[in-house]
Write a protein that binds this ligand. Structure first.
Ligand SMILES: O=c1[nH]c(=O)c2[nH]c(=O)[nH]c2[nH]1
Length: 308
């Protein structure tokens, strides 16, 4: 929300960040389901008078915004995806409050996973996994909608089938060309769904939750290749593109995907001194793991007919 006041441009929004909520659903057969969400909400509304005239009459108190998260969590009697929860919150804020023209809802789901004991799924036991399911939803009063989902912290590594050759060489270049190295990254993925209004989102329960798992599987499978032979990666850039292309090729309800894949280097270890020129001589075996500095490699891939 922007406005011109005193010859100045004032842009503003308000909301509540990092509202944490846990929700359990207990099936009659004794099986429990659990999610933990960290919710950040931004409301777009004309609150300029609060900034310049000490008039708070258009403000939804951020405390009320926080309380709403708990009320809506209580009202969800059935298990639902983090995206559907975000859309429900956005719908509420834009329809319940006259001044609110749009709501931006970001949620990070903590990766609680059902434990297995002796191979059997536990009815009410969960342990923390690693990568996180995230979403950002923008809902407008008109009912128009943007849904973005993503993965954060998907750490993957291959001990071979990776190289890097043919890059620019100049007087500052020390890096040798190689067809044998470790490649490791922590994938951050973010993809956009094509649904443009609340009425066009699929009614299938847990649709977004299933799609999240599908996308994660395609990303992981493409990174690693088949279990026996793997797949050769000529660069992180090439692997990133293959991963993005696989997702867009497989899921027609995804219009674009952004991938961030830092190159987490594993440096060869060679140790020597004057007496012993090769105490440790690197033979693709002993590495110095580093995450600082790291290569930063990111790209967005969209269908050309997409609106993004
Ligand atoms: O896959 C890679 N891409 C790069 O752009 C790059 N740069 C670098 O030093 N090593 C690598 N590896």
């Amino acid at each position: 929300m922007a406005d011109k006041i005193d010859g100045l441009k004032l842009e503003q929004r308000h909301g509540k960040a990092r509202v944490r909520v846990g929700r359990v659903w207990k099936n009659e057969d004794g099986r429990h389901f659990f999610v933990e969400w960290n919710v950040s909400i931004s409301l777009l509304s004309d609150c300029i008078p609060a900034y310049v005239l000490d008039d708070n009459s258009n403000i939804v108190a951020t405390d009320t915004i926080k309380n709403t998260v708990y009320v809506k969590a209580k009202e969800c009697s059935e298990q639902l995806s983090v995206e559907d929860f975000a859309i429900g919150l956005g719908k509420h804020f834009t329809s319940f409050y006259q001044p609110v023209t749009a709501a931006i809802i970001k949620i990070v789901e903590k990766p609680w996973e059902r434990v297995h004991i002796d191979g059997l799924p536990h009815e009410h036991g969960f342990k923390l996994g690693s990568e996180k399911h995230v979403t950002e939803v923008v809902v407008e009063k008109s009912g128009s909608l943007q849904v973005t989902s993503g993965i954060e912290g998907l750490a993957v590594l291959k001990t071979t089938k990776s190289g890097f050759e043919g890059f620019i060489r100049d007087k500052y270049t020390m890096l040798p060309e190689t067809r044998e190295r470790i490649v490791a990254t922590e994938v951050t993925a973010s993809w956009r769904y094509p649904f443009e209004s609340i009425s066009s989102i699929p009614v299938k329960p847990l649709y977004f939750a299933e799609r999240y798992l599908d996308v994660k599987k395609v990303l992981v499978d493409t990174f690693f290749g088949p279990p026996k032979d793997g797949v050769y990666s000529p660069s992180v850039q090439s692997t990133l593109y293959q991963m993005a292309k696989a997702v867009l090729g497989r899921f027609h309800d995804i219009s674009s995907i952004q991938l961030k894949m830092p190159n987490l280097h594993f440096l060869p270890v060679n140790l020597s001194n004057k007496e012993s020129p090769a105490i440790v001589k690197f033979k693709d075996d002993v590495y110095l793991p580093t995450d600082e500095p790291h290569g930063s490699i990111e790209a967005s891939v969209s269908r050309i007919w997409s609106k993004m």
